[in-house]
Design a protein around this ligand. Structure first.
Ligand SMILES: [Zn+2]
Length: 129
């Protein structure tokens, strides 16, 4: 499986409601983004671990668009990721004043209007639990 196919698998699993993270079956490294070989040991075809509810902290974010088109892309450090890479996804948050570096976030899936579930980050607390 090449990296494009691997990323499609990641998206397909999210579409079925299961956010996942790539996890090497050989050395247990958990990493992002999905790719066909483990970045740590080079083993091919890493497996997956469930990521619904995976916790982490907000490392950075950017606000794109405005008004009804506004969306926030979050970059998070997840406790489950072992190689120091970051997880990025659209960040769901009703009140951007709550967004601060280090804010607690969790991974899940949501339909953001395309009719298909995609991986998302949700800000914990502030009624978003
Ligand atoms: Zn590995």
């Amino acid at each position: 499986m090449n990296s494009n196919a691997y990323f499609r698998e990641y998206s397909a699993r999210a579409a079925s409601g299961s956010a996942v993270l790539p996890r090497c079956g050989h050395c247990s490294t958990v990493f992002m983004p999905p790719r066909a070989a483990c970045p740590e040991c080079g083993a091919a075809d890493p497996g997956w671990m469930p990521a619904n509810g995976a916790a982490g902290t907000l490392y950075s974010f950017t606000v794109m668009g405005e008004g009804a088109q506004e969306r926030i892309i979050g970059l998070a450090e997840l406790d489950a990721i072992t190689d120091g890479s970051k997880f990025y996804a659209q960040l769901l948050c009703d009140d951007t004043s709550q967004l601060t570096m280090g804010a607690a976030v969790t991974v899940g899936t949501a339909d953001l209007g395309s009719g298909e579930l995609v991986p998302v980050l949700t800000l914990r607390g502030a009624g978003n639990d």
